[in-house]
Design a protein around this ligand. Structure first.
Ligand code: MD3
Ligand code: FE
Length: 205
């Protein structure tokens, strides 16, 4: 359903089998070299999630993309696999949008995980101006997701993102403030064998 113009929520987009396969994938990506780490932002505070970037590394201190994890361990970023790119293209198409993804941020939320309200505006100005979307896939426990306007003080809507949901934010929604205010413990499908939540979010640089 359309939450705002350009914000499309695809409920239960993935089958349970697809979710199981993707959770395995997230675990293997996160446990390998250049895997999960806890980013520290400018000022030194740690984020409440673990992250791994594919394609390009997002530096939490400079808010810029780079080829190596210079704010953490200096390792080269993992590649973005072709099948994950295809998944992002399919989700965008389902929402009537197009993306040529070259970045994926994989976020891992513990039960106490949260992500403050922010805008995603570190991609190329041309990409943002064209309204090319961010494509997100949720796995595991449900999340309370906040999405507002283009100013921090604008009112927000709260929606629950469940395992297997897709959400696409493009066009006039590309610069909306958004965040995760909490994780709903023990809501993941049992078959996933997961506590907490993974979010794959795909971007075009
Ligand atoms: C862009 N992640 O990593 S999905 C992030 O569930 C992030 O982990 C959230 O925000 C998560 O930057 C949300 C991506 C998302 C959601 C809504 C948006 C990106 C958006 C709205 C406008 C623009
Ligand atoms: Fe974001």
């Amino acid at each position: 359903m359309e939450i705002y113009p350009g914000t499309i929520h695809l409920n239960s987009y993935l089958t349970l089998d697809e979710q199981v396969a993707l959770v395995r994938r997230c675990n293997s990506i996160g446990s390998g070299p250049a895997g999960f780490y806890t980013p520290a932002v400018r000022g030194g505070a740690y984020m409440r999630i673990q992250m791994v970037c594919l394609g390009r590394h997002w530096n939490a201190k400079t808010y810029k993309y780079e080829a190596t994890r210079s704010d953490y361990d200096g390792l080269p970023v993992q590649e973005l696999p072709a099948d994950l790119k295809d998944l992002a293209r399919r989700v965008a198409a389902e929402a009537g949008m197009n993306i040529e993804p070259d970045i994926c941020l994989l976020n891992c939320y513990p039960e106490a995980g949260r992500l403050g309200l922010h805008q995603d505006k570190d991609e190329r100005p041309e990409t943002i101006e064209a309204g090319i979307p961010v494509v997100s896939i949720s796995l595991g426990d449900s999340a309370k997701f906040l999405i507002g306007g283009t100013r921090r003080k604008d009112p927000v809507k709260t929606i629950v993102l469940e395992s297997g949901d897709g959400i696409v934010m493009g066009g006039p929604s590309r610069l909306r403030y958004h965040g995760v205010s909490g994780i709903l413990s023990d809501t993941a499908p049992r078959e996933l064998n997961i506590q907490g939540r993974f979010n794959l979010n795909f971007r075009q640089y």
